[in-house]
Design a protein around this ligand. Sequence first.
Ligand SMILES: Nc1ncnc2c1ncn2[C@@H]1O[C@H](COP(=O)(O)OP(=O)(O)OP(=O)(O)O)[C@@H](O)[C@H]1O
Ligand SMILES: [Mg+2]
Length: 577
Amino acid sequence: MLKYLKKYWFFCVAAALFMVGEVSMDLYQPDLMADIVDNGVLKGDINLIISVGVRMIISVILGGICGIMCGVFANLAAQRFGNDVRKDLFGKIMSLSFEETDKISTGSLVTRLTNDVTQVQNTVMMSVRGFVRNTVMFVGGIFMLYRQSPRFALIAACGLPFIIIAVVFFLKKTSPLFAIVQRKLDGINNVMQEDVKGARVVKAYVKEEYELDRFDKANGELCDINLRVHTLLAFMGPCMNIVLNICIVTVILVGGFTFREGGDMTPGRIMAAITYLAQILHGVTFMANIFQTFTRARASADRINEVLRSEAVILDGVCGELPERLGEVEFRDVSFSYAGAPGNRVLDNVSFRVHRGETFAIIGATGSGKSSLVNLIPRFYDALEGEVLVDGVNVKDYPLTELRARIAIVLQKAELYQRPIADNIRWGRGDADPWEIKSAAEIAQADDFICNTEYGYNTLVTEDGHSLSGGQKQRISIARAVIKKCNIMIFDDSTSALDLHTEAELYRTLGERMGDITKIIIAQRIASIKGADRIAVLNNGRIEAVGSHSELMESSELYRDIYNSQLKEGGDINDGE
Ligand SMILES: Nc1ncnc2c1ncn2[C@@H]1O[C@H](COP(=O)(O)OP(=O)(O)OP(=O)(O)O)[C@@H](O)[C@H]1O
Ligand SMILES: [Mg+2]
């Protein structure tokens, strides 16, 4: 974290210097007060009262100006520091591969980006101001106290160890709890995210009570741990106050006694000593608070660093000369399992080759590994064994941007952004003009429904695409992929919400207008892929058979089973034409 602060060292130093100015003025005040009482009030010297009073006002004004300037510079350092950390953290989260994001929940990433960064940022602000203020207050206070009387300084020295013991004791007790507080906050954020996003499912299943209970539980856990922390901390203040007041009473006793005995003591000096003592001990209390915030910030900084330091699993490859963009895909003995479940072989020795311009379909039961298979092509994950090749080169050898520029993938779950439909389609290629957007929508069979909406292509898509039907969302996602201008298009079950006629029309237009592009289509319905050049049948991560529809009807029992089951279910096996 310090490297982020280094950049703003000037602001930190300026804030610290102004703070020294402010505290010096604070320390000067009791001395002036003692002078007014002893030499002005007690001796009835009005001129002295006026001249020292003016000095007091000037020192207050100077102290105030220093305080404002310190606040400005400390704020500049803290805000810019927080801004930089947040920016880098967000950039890192964006660059994480699927494997890494699988490990840290979305709720936790959000807490780290918001609450944790704010925690560290506030600590920077507090340290720049508070650390300097209280250190100077402490050292200066002892010096000034010593000037009033060495005996007073001795009293403070006797009280200090008790305060330090109390601070260390309470900080030791509370510091391990701060990491737990942040984890509990993650828990709440996770529940909130799931429930706010899935509000419709919650209502549909009348699960409000259940989800409220879940939220209550997470909220209760956070509340409990916060209560523990704050109850412990609540003891700290009174303990310190007891020591402070014992010291004050002792100062009055010793001062009063010396004064009565005619020793070197005056009421004004006793008053000043009490103020210095309070300043010293408050300085220590504040330091304790700073250390407490530090411990809390350390827990947050560790969580931020965990993300910032996470090594990218999917790195850019190096290949001398990039191959020509042909649109060929090959799997050579590919096996794969997810890092979270290494024992479960999701793909087992998969080999096949897709030729340029070919329409290659993949069919298989749910969970058979279809999405996992296509996710290896743009390197959302890396194969465990074997090789995945695009245009004859291992995908691991491509710079990621170059590899992904060759591929347009329509994911199984259509994700749209809260912006106009046209912008959602343009997301595929930033420089696309309105005609290209319309043409892509036409291929995706989306133009008709878009034109029928009140604002056409300017219609705003609401959050998560809730303003659109499932099929409409899928078609906009397809248009977004079509506009990308690439050589390989992958459709991961992305026409499942379309009726057979619209689906057939989509693939027909795609074939007509983008015939030279290689298409890999995953589908659940045989009717969707009957017309493909070749179909691969996937069963539990293994390729059972590859061939055209008619070939598979003859050679593959599994394919025939799927066909017959869909026929029995009353599915339209003819492709809607
Ligand atoms: N991120 C993940 N972490 C761990 N296991 C996963 C992950 N994603 C999928 N799996 C597991 O991998 C297997 C294959 O999943 P995959 O999504 O590839 O199946 P699919 O054929 O696409 O299924 P569907 O037709 O339902 O989309 C499943 O057993 C699934 O539980
Ligand atoms: Mg899938």
